[in-house]
Design a protein around this ligand. Structure first.
Ligand SMILES: *Cc1c(COP(=O)(O)O)cnc(C)c1O
Length: 397
């Protein structure tokens, strides 16, 4: 047998972390890495955060799991907190980002298939280079062929328009359109913030035609951009929103948020999840919300994001042959490179013990824990500068 016990779907690298300390990961052989990937925008409180550990420990000792057949004091508390802090009136808890997007897709369809609705409206318009997860529905919601290959047929009911192109989106709206599903700031696509005109325009189209505006904030949500959710930057509320990644600070869970109107199709028995919203996840979520959902913390993320960005802008000026520009918001930043970003990301990781994430459009994602501060930023620039200085662009074969 040559297949590995771990199904070989990831091209795993040689870094094998066994421990985390604040903004560092420690490898099996003791090597320390500066973690500016944060488990891909997940570990927003860094590693081994005492408050988060304590909350999970206390809950694990008290009650780890019960069925959604019973009342959920823990779920009610976190849902009420999310409702208080966002556009939403109601929350469905999931175990992952893809499941949160699945729920958003189902809610958008069910809105129109409700008795007062228009059941013809079954199609969601989604956008080029989007990433919504790896389930059948969420790969169908992306136009990226590399995620479709080998898994056809796709789920019907998605149309793709060019990201950030309002006219292209408008041109696809027809009698079958149910709404839009969009990342306000694309993550995997290369840290690309949508323009104000695009987001406002989608909202206007939804209002005009009674369509659902669903935001995928799985990556850009939960304080990452200096607002609790990125839609606040635009002053445009969605009808439905998927959130995950940072929401558990490393504990795996997600949520689908919706207005009362948008959730009208999601009645008793329409949807469910065995683990979704279990007490352990809710304890992690409350600890994260307690830490990040306040003006002081959010203002700090904004200020740190501005400092990091200013330093990045200055830095790239030293290497005009490598870097084109800096983009993003808060501590969700991307360095768009003039050369392939993936080999440079590997070089930083393997030769300078700096963890970042490669993304589409030759972008290097810089996603520090939100608790990183100037000491970690100094270390980051030491490593990044050394990495850029020692880098030789691989010659194309
Ligand atoms: C990561 C991500 C997802 C999928 O989340 P999983 O937890 O991996 O299922 C969906 N949407 C966006 C924008 C993401 O970044």
């Amino acid at each position: 047998m040559s297949i590995s016990p771990l199904m070989p779907v990831y091209p795993r690298c040689g870094v094998r972390p066994v421990r985390g300390e604040h903004c560092h990961l420690i490898d099996e052989d003791g090597t320390r890495y500066l973690d500016f990937a944060s488990g891909i925008a997940v570990n927003l409180l860094g590693h081994s955060h005492a408050g988060l550990i304590g909350a999970i420990q206390r809950q694990a000792e008290t009650l780890m799991h019960v069925s959604n057949l019973y009342g959920s004091p823990q779920g009610e508390e976190l849902a009420a907190k999310l409702v208080e802090k966002t556009f939403a009136d109601t929350v469905f808890f999931t175990n992952s980002g893809a499941e949160a997007v699945e729920c958003a897709i189902k809610a958008a369809r069910a809105y129109h298939q409700h008795e007062d609705g228009n059941p013809e409206r079954t199609e969601l318009i989604t956008f080029t280079n989007a990433f919504h997860g790896r389930t059948m529905a969420t790969i169908s919601a992306s136009n990226q062929e590399k995620m479709h290959k080998g898994f056809k047929p796709l789920l019907a009911g998605f149309q793709y328009a060019e990201f950030d192109n309002l006219e292209a989106a408008k041109a696809l709206v027809g009698p079958k359109t149910a709404g839009f599903l969009v990342e306000p700031i694309q993550g995997e696509g290369g840290i690309r913030p949508a323009s104000q005109a695009f987001i406002s325009g989608l909202r206007a189209l939804c209002d005009e035609h009674d369509l659902m505006l669903a935001f995928d904030e799985v990556q850009c949500g939960v304080a990452r951009t200096g607002k609790l959710y990125a839609y606040e930057h635009y002053g445009v509320a969605p009808d439905i929103m998927a959130t995950a990644k940072g929401i558990g600070g490393g504990f795996p869970f997600g949520a689908c948020l919706a207005t009362e109107k948008a959730a009208r199709g999601m009645g008793f028995g329409t949807h469910g999840s065995t683990y979704g919203g279990n007490p352990l996840a809710m304890a992690a979520g409350m600890a994260v919300m307690d830490a990040v959902a306040n003006d002081e913390f959010l203002a700090e993320v904004t200020a740190k994001g501005e400092r990091l960005r200013a330093r990045l802008e200055q830095f790239i000026g030293n290497y005009p042959e490598l870097f084109e520009l800096v983009r993003g918001k808060g501590l969700m930043l991307g360095l768009k490179m003039k050369v392939e970003s993936r080999p440079f990301f590997v070089h930083l990781r393997d030769n300078h013990q700096l963890l970042t994430v490669a993304a589409g459009d030759n972008t290097l994602r810089v996603l520090p824990p939100l608790v990183a501060d100037d000491a970690e930023f100094d270390e980051f620039f030491d490593k990044l500068s050394a990495g850029a200085a020692s880098y030789t662009v691989p010659q194309a074969a």
